[in-house]
Structures are given as C-alpha cells and as structure tokens.
Ligand binder design. Structure first.
Ligand code: AMP
Length: 280
C-alpha cells in the first residue's frame, strides 16, 4: 500500500497507471474509518484495478470550529485498517497541500439541492464538500468514485458537481452499513456516551416505522408523528425529519407514483449530530 501526501506525486503515479489501461476507483473519506467506509472500498475493489482512499478532514465543509477540532483523527489505525483490506493507495494531504492561505470554498450552483435539509442547518457545507471533491478528482482522476447513501444529499450533490464541472468521473452510490442494532455507522458514534449509544437505535427504529406508514398517511402526518416520538424521548433531540423526493430533495407534500421518496433525519445526542435516511 502506497501512501501519498503530495498532490503531484499522487497524480503522476496514478495517471501513469491509467495510461497503461488500468482503472482507478476512488473513495474519499475524512478518516476515523469504520466498517461503513470499508464497505465502499470493497465495492470499489470489485469494479476497478486499483483503489485510492483519501483521508482528509476538510476544513471548508465545517461551519463550526468546535466540530472541526473534535472530529476524530486516527491516522495510524486507519492505515492499518486500509492495509488489512488490501487498499492500493492512500492520499493523506495536509490542509496546506489542499488550500492556499485564506482560500474559501468555491460557490457552486447545485440547483437548490444544497438548500434543503443539511443545507438549512449547515451553512455553506456543500460548497465546502464540492470544493474538496472537485480538487480530489483533479488530482486522482478516477474512473469511478464511491459515496455512501448514508449522506444521500451529498451523493446527489456530487452527481450534480460532475455535471457542472464536466469531470469524467462515474459516481457510484453505496448502501448504508449499519451496526447490529440498526444505528448507521459513523465516525461520530465513538464519541457517544454509553447512555446515548444505547438509545441511538431509536433513530433507525423510528424511520423504519415511518416507512411502514408510507402510502397510508400523508408526508405531513408522518412528520408530525416522528416529531411527537422524539418529543417523548428523554435524551435524543430531533433537529429535522423530512420526507423528500430523491431526485430534487424537495419536501414531499403528497405522494406521486412517478417519484421515489426518502425519509431523512438529523438528531442530536447532546452535541453529537447523527444523520440517517431510508428509502420509502
Ligand atoms: P466520511 O468519512 O464520514 O466523510 O465518509 C466518507 C464516505 O463514507 C462518504 O461517502 C459517506 O457517505 C460514506 N459512509 C460513511 N458512513 C457510512 C455508512 N455507515 N454506510 C455507507 N457509507 C458510509
């Protein structure tokens, strides 16, 4: 497994492989790797000759300095995990390698995809994500790039990004990997107290019940029911629950057979923010 931290070295090595006809799969991550990340790598390995994983905690996508500082950083353990799954290349640049001094996130027109859900609560977050992913695609030049449905809004935005930037990368969405009790795996889960970890399965349980209510109840009725469930919960605080169309992420007012819908949720366990979603 080769580890790069300098852009030019990564580009020259990988373009050399591509010029020989090999395909490159790319899995961008912020590290603190868990089984969810590894499931993306396995998907990438099935489709490509070589797989590159990036580990970079991207400052421009955090709107809260505290959240950025507290984001878990476990590079040594991450490298061990990547080696154990036969990852070929790791790209771990410093912030200075990726950004000039005082550089801000580029502003993209994501056609409103960035204004819904996460966008309402995380100002400029998706411009930060778009900025770093565009840079990574320029450096790695992958044939295929893998993103988890765990961050479904991000997945849709990256699909939009490559049409805006005309980057020749195929974007592949991968299913959500869950803990045994249903909690979506996340790097933030390790920060949960034992009490919060024990109650966090309530998030998935509730969106699964919401899924059962689909068709028989209106989106508004389901949303009201979920809000009530969380009002009655002692230590999880609902930030939002929204049923939205998969294609444009606009909140659903009623259900139309011509569209696919998803239920999206964000919940606070103290200051730790957990997100999840389920296809309806
Ligand atoms: P992150 O390191 O949190 O930025 O995540 C890197 C990639 O892994 C993103 O595409 C995420 O959507 C994906 N990912 C994170 N957790 C999971 C999970 N539990 N199941 C599937 N994909 C995930």
């Amino acid at each position: 497994m080769k580890v790069f931290s300098v852009k030019e070295l990564a580009t020259s090595h990988l373009t050399n492989l591509k010029s020989k006809g090999f395909t490159i799969g790319f899995v961008p991550t912020m590290g603190a790797l868990h089984e969810g990340h590894l499931s993306l790598i396995k998907d990438a390995q099935k489709d490509n000759d070589f797989v590159v994983v990036s580990i970079f905690v991207n400052p421009t996508q955090f709107n809260n300095e505290g959240d950025l500082d507290k984001y878990p950083r476990t590079l040594e353990e991450d490298l061990k995990k990547l080696k154990s799954v036969d990852c070929d290349f790791v790209f771990t640049p410093s912030a200075d390698e990726m950004y000039n001094k005082n550089e801000k996130a580029e502003v993209f027109n994501f056609n409103g995809l960035d204004k819904e859900m996460e966008g309402k609560f995380r100002d400029n977050h998706f411009n930060g994500v778009g900025t770093i992913v565009k840079k990574f695609f320029e450096i790695i030049r992958p044939n295929n790039a893998y993103f988890g449905e765990k961050d479904f809004q991000q997945l849709q935005i990256i699909k939009k990004l490559v049409t805006i930037t005309k980057q020749p990368v195929n974007i592949v969405g991968c299913p959500i990997d869950r803990e045994q009790d249903g909690l979506a795996r996340s790097s933030r889960n390790v920060r949960l107290t034992e009490e919060h970890r024990n109650s966090a399965h309530f998030i998935y349980k509730t969106i699964c019940k919401a899924k059962e209510m689909f068709i028989d109840f209106s989106p508004n009725e389901i949303e009201k029911w979920v809000e009530k469930e969380f009002r009655n919960h002692s230590n999880l605080v609902l930030e939002y629950f929204t049923i939205a169309k998969e294609n444009d992420l606009k909140p659903a007012k009623s259900f139309d057979n011509n569209y696919k819908y998803r239920a999206f949720i964000a919940v606070f366990a103290d200051e730790i923010r957990l997100i999840d979603n389920v296809a309806l």
